[in-house]
Design a protein around this ligand. Structure first.
Ligand code: SAM
Length: 276
């Protein structure tokens, strides 16, 4: 792939490392022994909310470049957030998913939606053996999983004949920030901001890629227990979430939103043509 060498470069590497060490650390949650499995199902329910609103919006945004004949490589599909809406618009999708649990959920969701043009590979993307190249390579809500961001972007381009696409949530619902401040007794100083798209943008522009960037708003509804888990997953990276803290989250949510919470977030879609 063609690259340019810049005289002056932004030193983003240290910030990436520090933010990843906060983001990726396993949350300390002891108030419910089934927290992990329930959260995984919550994630699937969120992506299915409003008939895959998030994924459908991405597919609409990519409308001009998608073609019915496309073969797509998707990295880290999770429950099928994007896979399922995309499968209706293209010939075939190959997915590389590391987690067996997520793969089972994805299989169930694909069956529910009668999507038959999706091939699943249970492997880590970094070490998956991929034989062919694709019209489009995409990862959605995946960048924080990556230790070496440059290698990841390079590998995306390596397997793409035409387009690469990054989809990434950016920003955080104000209620989560408020819960952090009230319950951790600490000012929210943008712990998880800017979001990962910022880093990818800097790298790709250094490489001279011209990116198309579109932001969109999306939402999903959580009942009280799901809402507690959603906030606990964030707070647990900073404090231990025991029954007392879970109760504080419950009381906070009842006061702020009642029994049902419509979370409002933003996301970004960035796409570019690969340069040979
Ligand atoms: C945050 S979820 C995003 C799921 C979905 N793409 C979406 O937009 O909602 C990240 C997914 O990537 C998977 N994953 C994490 N690291 C991976 C890796 N190195 N290779 C393949 N899959 C990975 C996780 O198991 C999970 O299903």
């Amino acid at each position: 792939m063609k690259r340019r060498t810049l005289k002056y470069r932004i030193n983003w590497q240290n910030v990436w490392k520090k933010m990843r060490s906060e983001r990726i650390r396993k949350p300390k949650i002891i108030y419910d022994k089934d927290f992990q499995i329930k959260s995984t199902e919550d994630f699937s329910n969120r992506c299915k909310w409003n008939n895959y609103e998030f994924g459908r919006t991405v597919v609409d945004i990519l409308g001009d470049i998608l073609d019915k004949g496309f073969e797509i490589l998707e990295i880290g599909p999770g429950p099928g957030t994007l896979t399922i809406p995309l499968s209706e618009k293209v010939r075939k999708i190959t997915c590389i998913e590391a987690s067996k649990v997520n793969l089972q959920i994805l299989k169930r969701n694909l069956k529910e939606e009668r999507a038959k043009n999706v091939k699943l590979i249970n492997e880590y993307w970094e070490r998956a053996e991929i034989e062919n190249r694709f019209d489009l390579v995409v990862c959605s809500h995946f960048l924080w999983m990556v230790d070496d961001l440059e290698k990841h972007l390079e590998r995306m381009e390596q397997f793409s004949d035409r387009y690469c696409v990054i989809v990434q949530p950016c920003g955080r619902d104000e209620i989560v920030k408020k819960a952090f401040e009230e319950i951790c007794n600490e000012k929210y100083t943008g712990q998880f901001e800017p979001d990962a798209d910022y880093f990818a943008y800097v790298i790709l522009r250094e490489w001279s890629r011209t990116l198309n960037v579109r932001h969109f708003k999306y939402s999903f509804e959580l009942n009280l227990e799901e809402g507690i888990r959603y906030i606990a997953g964030f707070l647990g990276k900073f404090i231990e979430v025991n029954e007392e803290v879970a109760d504080k989250i419950r009381n906070f949510l009842i006061e702020e939103v009642g029994e049902s919470w419509v979370v409002k977030n933003k996301a970004v879609v960035m796409w570019w043509e690969t340069e040979k």
